[in-house]
Design a protein around this ligand. Structure first.
Ligand code: F6P
Length: 528
């Protein structure tokens, strides 16, 4: 339903127009902090008390969730309803990490059994690579693993591998190649020992231009290095839903790990797309990563609104986006291992909720997904925090850290955490008086604090799932379809028109005047 038609939305509009409380005043109340802090197991403490909300605001946001049927919508996703209606698909990344064995049927097929079967094939393969039971064409163990994929077939496993490096086998070097810019593959190939390199071609569709260009070039390189076209058999693995295209590329069924159309690309790290992570960590720790996500699936489905972390994350985002005018959302991990987390979330969130047509096919009349961005603290403090503190934009921010570090430099960690805590306090309280106006900090800048006990595989699984479900709840309330991505098509199609024009010497087709001139300029310089 159109959320603006709910009573809650209208009440929130009235409430926001008269909302003039400052976090300085709100945060004097310790009862507020206990009411707005969620401790989940020995995993995470989530503090949402540093937000411009009162009990009334939270009550209205809860009402908005009730009126729009958010909790029922979540159940519909979990049970396999085809909520990705524009593609006619169920959305079941949650089934990939669900340990239950009772059948969950989609079109008469038990998706839990499918997922579990393929997961155990992946586990056997990954553990065999780690143990040296799977070897290359010349009999050597693999020590370079190269994931070739882009978007969801890159960002999730890459981010998670970086985040969990301390848990990985350091004798294995895991590389990620994504860009169609040849520099990416070129720089990777320079580091490899061909006899000891395993290529994972990760592509849901197995048709993506970037991935296929890189996979073909990698294959040509390997054959040239090892001098035998048969060498590719042992050195190439496919992670894909498209078994036919994989076979046509020449990868064996034994080296093909599948998933299904009910797994969206940006939600696929839990599937065979997690293979590089699984090889790096081993199957036991990969399973723990899945278990952490499943813990959040249960939490999101069962916890009441005020104790439900992803629902609160989503509701606060809606409050700022639709009622207080925020257009972006910063994600600031105080954890160097999470240095790719914002990049990962950009796809997860912006490709999901960057939509302007509602579920009835109408142009929305309200804002949807914000720009998501961020960098690890403390680096960001020396770059863009100036704007968050003293600029004219309202930027709600997520601060993420762990109490226990995954490295032995504990004195560094105390410094890191002191910055982490001080920044949210400074943003909330500001400094209302100063000798010059330039040194005044207005404060009242909202933040959420995510404090993990430690960033383990289990915790990372949980962290990702929290954001996945935040995205679900926001998309649901906004009445849009979060699980398609038609907005990436047009540019791809037009690139296919431009490519032959750049490479050939025939006439340049019909373009706008700017693009036609740019094509002519490139051709002129390249072709002399
Ligand atoms: O960028 C569009 C997109 O379709 C993403 O949704 C997807 O994750 C990515 O391309 C890669 O697609 P594939 O895994 O099919 O190569």
């Amino acid at each position: 339903m159109n959320p603006t038609k709910t009573r809650a939305w209208q009440a929130l509009e009235a409430h926001s127009s008269s909302f003039n409380l400052h976090l300085r005043d709100l945060l004097t109340d310790p009862a507020r902090v206990s009411a707005q802090t969620i401790r989940l197991d020995d995993l995470l403490l989530f503090d949402y008390s540093k937000h411009r909300v009162t009990e009334e605001t939270l009550g209205l946001l809860e009402q908005l969730f009730v009126e729009t049927g958010a909790a029922e919508g979540f159940q519909a996703m979990l049970r396999g309803d085809k909520i990705n209606a524009t593609e006619g698909r169920a959305v079941l990344h949650t089934a990939l990490r669900d340990p239950r064995t009772e059948p969950l049927l989609v079109d008469g097929v038990d998706v839990r059994a499918l997922a579990s079967g393929e997961r155990h094939r992946m586990y056997a393969f990954a553990d065999a690579v780690r143990a040296g039971r799977k070897r290359g064409h010349t009999g050597l163990r693999f020590n370079h693993i190269v994931n070739i994929g882009i978007g969801g077939s890159d960002l999730g496993p890459r981010m998670a591998y970086e985040a969990l490096k301390p848990f990985s086998d350091r004798d294995l070097q895991i590389h990620f190649v994504s860009n169609v810019d040849g520099a990416d593959l070129h720089e990777c190939l320079r580091q490899l020992d061909p006899e000891r390199t395993l290529f994972l071609v990760a592509s849901k569709t197995f048709t993506t231009q970037e991935t296929m260009a890189n996979a073909e070039a990698a294959r040509a390189w390997l054959i040239q290095q090892l001098g035998d076209p048969a060498c590719t058999e042992k050195h190439f693995v496919a992670l894909s839903t498209n078994a036919e295209k994989v076979a046509a590329f020449g990868i064996t069924p034994e080296h093909t790990f599948g998933f299904w159309d009910w797994v969206g690309g940006r939600y696929s790290v839990w599937s065979a797309i997690g293979m590089p992570l699984c090889i790096a960590l081993g199957s036991e720790q990969f399973q723990s990563f899945l278990d952490g996500a499943h813990r959040i699936d249960r939490h999101a489905a069962e916890a009441p609104f005020r104790q439900n972390i992803p629902q609160i994350m989503a509701a606060l985002g809606i409050w700022y986006r639709n009622f207080l005018g925020a257009s972006s959302h910063a994600v600031l991990p105080y954890d160097q291992y999470l240095h790719r987390f914002a990049a990962y979330l950009q796809q997860a969130d912006m490709e999901s909720n960057g939509k302007s047509v509602d579920r009835d096919g109408n142009r929305v009349t309200y804002a949807t997904g914000p720009v998501v961005w961020g960098e690890p603290g403390t680096n960001g403090q020396h770059a863009f925090y100036q704007l968050i503190h003293q600029g004219t934009e309202l930027i709600p921010s997520d601060f993420i850290a762990s109490v226990h570090p995954q490295h032995p430099l504990h004195a560094h960690h105390a410094k890191l955490l002191s910055n982490f805590l001080a920044q949210t306090e400074a943003l909330a309280l500001g400094r209302p008086t100063a000798p010059t106006p330039y040194k005044v900090f207005e404060g009242n800048k909202p933040t959420s604090t995510f404090l993990f006990d430690a960033l383990t595989p289990y915790a990372l699984g949980a962290l990702i799932a929290l954001y996945e479900h935040k995205i679900f709840f926001q998309g649901h309330v906004w009445n849009i379809y979060p699980y398609d991505q038609w907005g990436v098509e047009l540019g791809k199609e037009m690139a296919n028109i431009v490519l032959p024009e750049l490479e050939g010497d025939g006439p340049i087709g019909t373009h706008d005047a700017s693009t036609a001139a740019l094509i002519a300029h490139v051709r002129g310089l390249q072709q002399g």
